[in-house]
Design a protein around this ligand. Structure first.
Ligand code: HEM
Length: 423
């Protein structure tokens, strides 16, 4: 029997997880990792069935993990964090416990909330940003063009989504720099090792308090006089869905965490794949109508979100293995998107591939709310960037991956003109 060793929380496979994913799919499609106490599901069909059965696999996993951490703290420490929550976030513990967070709700609770927030992301609303996004891309590229060497991640892929979300929310121009600082600190605290130090007093915590204090008066003002921004949609008094001030704060946090780094890495991973596959770059340079396909193929081939989690509400049999009740399940999107049972030649980057069925945005009720916005941003950035790429090469061979096993991407991607590197 082929024994597979794999822990979704370990950095051992971070730089190239794909051979390990194949081994899992072939020999242990439902694998138990004792180190992280998680069950790992890796085949396309199984990933899809977990994500379409919220009555068997619930979404409140974060809460359960927190609860475990809380159980390990002393009473004194618990008291201290509770007092800071009340004092700094200005929320009563009873309200905090009741506050709903879209990504962690299931069933009816989730669908009433989702119906409300969907209004902020209708196709019409997303496409009304076409021009502004193209303008923001051009602004980044104008700065980049004046430089001999530039870092695509830091100078385009990071600022673009952060600026779009800030404007989408209606953050005033003079507050944008502060908003970006909070957003950076919150994103840093949401992934990697930093997750461990995001309690009271940490930079992430300070940023959350800043954001909460900033949002409070704005939410109040929009309740009194709605404007044409996302906060105004969120405060709409939709009977059951009515979001409390704290739930709006949670939702904004979710947008920052779910919408920024993911879009950044979609762009970085795409350019990385094009540089590694010059024949595919030639194809998109010759025919820019392939760009939407390029975006989808990148999502499939090198997914920005490698896995998401669920918990088993009851014993469930998947691929012949019983996942026990209360288990935390790591659902490997990055592996499903390379499953040879679903895709032909899954390890080949092919911009003309039929990509429908990729699971990079999740599947089912929690399917990414920002998918069309992310696609729009990526398309605008690549339409401007692709014609320039044949003239650019990597400025250095070193690759540094993000400090995360959840989010896949490179910390930087430095490029310079081809002629200069040949000299
Ligand atoms: C390439 C970029 C992106 C990727 C790969 C991505 C991926 C995902 C995935 C996999 C999920 C499902 C989570 C689950 O089922 O547990 C999700 C949900 C979500 N995403 Fe995205 N996302 C991206 C961009 C965005 C953007 C731009 C926004 C908003 C501005 C956004 C907002 C959300 C929200 C609010 C949810 C929760 C939906 C729900 O629970 O109903 N995402 N995303």
């Amino acid at each position: 029997m082929h024994e597979v060793r794999y822990n979704p929380r370990s950095y051992e496979w971070r730089d190239d997880p794909y051979p390990k994913y194949r081994e899992l799919r072939d020999h242990a499609p439902v694998h138990y990792s004792p180190e992280s106490d998680m069950w790992v599901v890796s085949r396309h069909a199984d990933v899809q069935s977990v994500l379409t059965a919220p009555e068997q696999f619930g979404s409140k996993t974060q809460f359960r993990q927190r609860q475990k951490e809380m159980d390990e703290l002393s009473t004194f420490q618990k008291l201290r964090s509770l007092i800071s929550v009340i004092a700094e976030l200005k929320i009563l513990p009873t309200k905090l416990v009741k506050a709903r967070m879209l990504i962690m709700e299931d069933g009816e609770e989730h669908s009433v909330m989702r119906k409300l927030v969907n209004k902020g992301f209708t196709p019409r609303r997303v496409h009304s940003w076409d021009e502004r996004i193209a303008e923001l891309v051009e602004g980044c590229l104008t700065k980049i063009r004046q430089r001999e060497r530039f870092d695509l991640v830091q100078e385009l892929a990071i600022p673009l989504p952060v600026t779009v979300i800030a404007e989408w929310l209606g953050v005033e121009p003079e507050k944008k720099a502060t908003f970006k600082r909070w957003s950076d600190a919150i994103i840093q605290g949401s992934t990697g090792e930093a997750q461990m130090v995001s309690g009271p007093g940490s930079p992430t915590w300070t940023a959350m308090v800043g954001l909460r204090n900033y949002l409070r008066p704005i939410v109040k003002a929009r309740r009194a006089a709605p404007q044409d921004d996302l906060i105004s949609i969120l405060v709409q008094d939709e009977a059951e869905a009515r979001l409390s001030d704290f739930e709006i704060f949670f939702f904004v946090l979710l947008l920052l965490i779910a919408g920024n780094e993911t879009t950044t890495n979609l762009l970085g991973n795409c350019v990385e794949a094009l540089l590694a596959n010059p024949d595919q770059l030639d194809l998109v340079v010759q025919d820019p109508s392939l760009i939407p396909g390029l975006v989808e193929e990148t999502l499939r081939y090198d997914s920005p979100v490698q896995f998401i989690t669920r918990f088993a509400r009851e014993d469930v049999v998947i691929a012949g293995t019983t996942i026990p009740r209360d288990a935390i399940v790591a659902v490997l999107l990055g592996s499903a998107n390379r499953d040879e049972r679903f895709w032909d030649e899954p390890d080949r980057f092919d911009v003309r591939r039929k990509t429908s069925g990729h699971l990079a945005f999740g599947f089912g009720a929690h399917f990414c709310l920002g998918a069309s916005l992310a696609r729009l941003e990526a398309k605008a950035a690549l339409e401007a960037l692709v014609p320039e790429l044949p003239g650019l090469v990597r400025a250095t061979d070193s690759v540094e991956f993000l400090d995360s096993v959840l989010i896949r991407g490179r910390v930087r991607l430095e490029l310079e003109p081809r002629a200069r590197s040949a000299a």
